[in-house]
Design a protein around this ligand. Structure first.
Ligand SMILES: Cc1cc2nc3c(=O)[nH]c(=O)nc-3n(C[C@H](O)[C@H](O)[C@H](O)COP(=O)(O)OP(=O)(O)OC[C@H]3O[C@@H](n4cnc5c(N)ncnc54)[C@H](O)[C@@H]3O)c2cc1C
Length: 286
C-alpha cells in the first residue's frame, strides 16, 4: 500500500487527481478500523494530517468555517457556546481518545447514516466546502451532501476542506438513543435548531433512514403553526413528533427494529423541541 503525505492543501488536491483511488485519512478512527478488519484494502492512503490549515477554524463573514481535521474535542472545548447542537453531538462520540482524533470532516467523509455530527449540521443549515484541483471549490448544502448509505456527493477527485455553520441564532439540542451512555453507535438520533429571527425550526434525523435527513414536513408544520411567544401546545408537540417519525425510513438491524426507531424519533423530537422551547421562552423573558 502506498502512503502519500502532502504537506500543503495544493499538494493534497494534486495527489487526489493523480491517484483518485487513494483513500484520504484524517484521524483514522474509521479508516484504520476498516483496514484492520479487512473491510477494504486501498491501493494508497492519502494522509492529510500534515496539512496544517485543515486543523484550524475561523469566523468568516458571520459563519464558522471548521477545517475538516478539527477534532471533536476542539469543537466541544472552543465552539460549544456558538454551536451548541454540534458540540452536544460531539460529546456523545466514542471516548475521549476518539474525540481527540476523530473529526467532523471524517464523519462527513464516511457519510454513515449513524454519524453523530450529521443531524446538528442538517438542523443548523450547514454547508460542506469541497474542492478539486480541476474545478475548484463547491459549497454543498448539508441536506444535499448525503446520497445513500455511506455515499455522499463528494466526487473522486475532491476532498473535504471545511464545514461552514452559522452561530446558533437560538437554542439547539441533540439527543441520541444508544444501548449505553458512551462508546455507542446511535440506534437513532435527532437534532433541533430554533431560528427565532426567521420563525423557523431546523431538524436532523440520524440512524433512521439510509441517509441522515431533515424532517421537512415537520419543519413546514412548525413554520406555519408555532406561536413564538406562547408555550408549546401538547397537540402541536404530538403532531411534530408524528411528522418527524413519518420522515424516518428505518431498517431492522442488530441495534434496533424499524418500529422502535420510528417510535424513538417521535420521542426525541418532542423532547428536544420541549427543551429548546423552554430556553427560547426564558431568553424572551430575560
Ligand atoms: C471506538 C470508536 C467509537 C466511535 N464512536 C462514534 C460515535 O459515537 N459517533 C460517530 O459518529 N462516530 C463514531 N466513530 C466513528 C469515527 O470516530 C467518526 O466517524 C469520526 O468522525 C471519523 O473521523 P476521522 O477523522 O477519524 O476520519 P477518518 O477515519 O480519517 O476518515 C473517515 C472517512 O472520511 C474520509 N475522509 C477523511 N478526511 C477526508 C477529507 N478531508 N476529504 C475527503 N474524505 C475524507 C476517509 O477517506 C474515510 O472514508 C467511532 C469510531 C471508533 C473506532
Amino acid at each position: 500500500m502506498e502512503f502519500l503525505r502532502p504537506t500543503t492543501w495544493a499538494e493534497a488536491l494534486a495527489a487526489k487527481v493523480d491517484q483518485p483511488d487513494a483513500v484520504p485519512i484524517q484521524g483514522g478512527t474509521d479508516v484504520m478500523v476498516e483496514i484492520n478488519f479487512s473491510v477494504r484494502r486501498p491501493p494508497a492512503l492519502l494522509d492529510l494530517t500534515a496539512v496544517p490549515e485543515l486543523a484550524t477554524w475561523s469566523l468568516d463573514g458571520g459563519r464558522y468555517r471548521i477545517g475538516a481535521a478539527v477534532p471533536y474535542s476542539v469543537i466541544i472545548g472552543e465552539l460549544g457556546g456558538a454551536l451548541p447542537g454540534l458540540a452536544q453531538a460531539a460529546r456523545t462520540v466514542g471516548s475521549p481518545q476518539i474525540r481527540n482524533r476523530g473529526s467532523v470532516g471524517g464523519n462527513l467523509g464516511a457519510a454513515s447514516p449513524a454519524g453523530d455530527s450529521h443531524p446538528p449540521l442538517l438542523a443548523a443549515g450547514a454547508a460542506v466546502e469541497v474542492e478539486s484541483r480541476e474545478r475548484g471549490v463547491r459549497m454543498i448544502p448539508a441536506d444535499a451532501f448525503y446520497l445513500g448509505v455511506k455515499r455522499s456527493a463528494l466526487l473522486p477527485d475532491e476532498l473535504i476542506r471545511a464545514v461552514h455553520v452559522e452561530p446558533a441564532a437560538g437554542p439547539q439540542y441533540f439527543s441520541k438513543v444508544g444501548t449505553r451512555n458512551a462508546m455507542v453507535i446511535a440506534v437513532c438520533s435527532f437534532a433541533v435548531a430554533l431560528h427565532p429571527d426567521e420563525r423557523r425550526v431546523g431538524t436532523g434525523l440520524g440512524s433512521a433512514a439510509p441517509t441522515p435527513r431533515r424532517a421537512r414536513e415537520a419543519e413546514e408544520f412548525l413554520a406555519a403553526e408555532l406561536d413564538w411567544s406562547a408555550p408549546l401546545q401538547p397537540a402541536l408537540l404530538a403532531r411534530f413528533g408524528e411528522l418527524c417519525a413519518g420522515a424516518a425510513a428505518p431498517i431492522d438491524d442488530v441495534r434496533g427494529t424499524a418500529g422502535y426507531r420510528r417510535h424513538a424519533i417521535a420521542v426525541l423530537a418532542r423532547r428536544t423541541l420541549t427543551w429548546a422551547w423552554h430556553d427560547h421562552l426564558e431568553r424572551r423573558a430575560a
